[in-house]
Design a protein around this ligand. Structure first.
Ligand code: AFP
Length: 333
């Protein structure tokens, strides 16, 4: 039985010069996820499943647990001295480290409760995080210091609050999954070296948006729906959970293609999913597990961000299907 703590310390031993700060910051994130897991599981008992009655920077109505989990995550990291600043889906501006607290050399972007519109119907939700280096010599980070492409991430992960609470983590050396043993309060390594099958017969997309999609997306999904009758070599299955963490966890378990593509309703916003704390961390994990992650037109992790809440189209999962769909976009161009 390997705990997350043991795993991280053994990883750290591979880098003799390591200060231990990186190991500790990942442990801090894990503690925050444990606290969020408890808050989510007790949501109904604490009477906080309803709407907060406010909107976040995305113009989306916040549920109470959006705000509660955001506070948990910020408070769990603010004191540690490992971060120079934070970006949250729930905060318009950067979150600066409280005066008097030491600052560190890392930046973190996170969505404290992705899929929160599912919370009151008791479906899986999760926390997504992405960790970057703060540029050398920057004492007071600005938004500009966060605008690094996904290839600059030093770690990324998500914690899914489903039948089990599972932390999926990459530090650039593959992907490993840790299941929370609530009786001892430890994340235990349950899925070392997670890999995504290169082929799949399962796609996940919100079909109600079909009429708004670009032609390559419509072509790809129509072919999947028609299956062997439409020229594909197999029939396909479909899923849509409206919770990215749950979709990506399934893709990391049995393969698949997940897409929230560009559509005419959201073109002016740039897409639905946020680059810095949804698309980039998920792309890092998926690529590290042998999958692919694209906007349809370019590799997500090579996008140069323009703002901390920038949105992008997302197509990710089994490599051969993502590449087929990307080829349809190139053909259309
Ligand atoms: P919420 O966090 O507002 O529930 O949005 C979740 C999400 O960003 C992503 O996790 C889902 O894949 C996607 O939205 C679902 O979008 P639709 O509700 O349009 O299907």
């Amino acid at each position: 039985m390997t705990s997350l703590t043991q795993f991280l310390i053994e990883e750290q031993r591979r880098f003799p010069q390591a200060s231990g700060d990186f190991t500790l910051l990942l442990n801090d994130v894990a503690v925050a996820c444990k606290a969020i897991s408890r808050a989510v599981r007790r949501g109904g008992l604490s009477g906080v499943l309803g709407s907060q009655g406010t909107e976040n920077v995305q113009g989306e109505v916040q549920v109470q647990l959006d705000v509660i989990t955001n506070e948990i995550f910020v408070n769990a990291l603010n004191w540690t001295g490992r971060y120079a600043a934070m970006v949250s889906e729930e905060n318009d501006e950067l979150i600066h480290i409280t005066d008097g607290n030491p600052k560190g050399e890392y930046l973190i972007c996170f969505d404290p409760l992705d899929g929160s519109s599912n919370i009151n119907v008791n479906l899986s939700v999760g926390t997504i995080f992405s960790i970057l280096h703060c540029p050398q010599g920057v004492e007071h980070p600005t938004e500009q210091d966060f605008l690094q492409p996904g290839t600059s991430q030093v770690a990324a992960g998500f914690c899914i609050y489903g039948p089990a609470t599972v932390l999926m983590l990459t530090t650039g050396n593959g992907v490993n999954a840790f299941t929370l043993d609530e009786e001892i309060g430890e994340f235990i390594l349950t899925r070392p070296n997670v890999r995504i099958p290169e082929d799949t017969a399962e796609f996940a997309v919100n079909m109600s948006n079909r009429r708004f999609w670009e032609p390559p997306m419509r072509r790809y999904v129509d072919e999947c729906v028609q299956g062997k009758a439409g020229g594909r070599e197999k029939d396909f299955n479909m899923r849509w959970l409206a919770s990215m963490v749950a979709e990506v966890y399934r893709v990391l378990t049995r393969g698949g293609l997940f897409a929230y593509p560009m559509d005419e309703k959201i073109r002016d916003k740039g897409g639905r999913l946020r680059l810095m704390y949804e698309a980039n961390p998920m792309a890092f994990i998926v690529e590290q597990a042998g999958g692919a992650a694209s906007t349809g037109y370019e590799r997500i992790m090579e996008i140069q961000p323009g703002s901390i809440h920038q949105r992008v189209p997302v197509i990710l999962g089994s490599k051969n299907e993502v590449e087929r769909l990307a080829a349809y976009h190139r053909d259309a161009n």
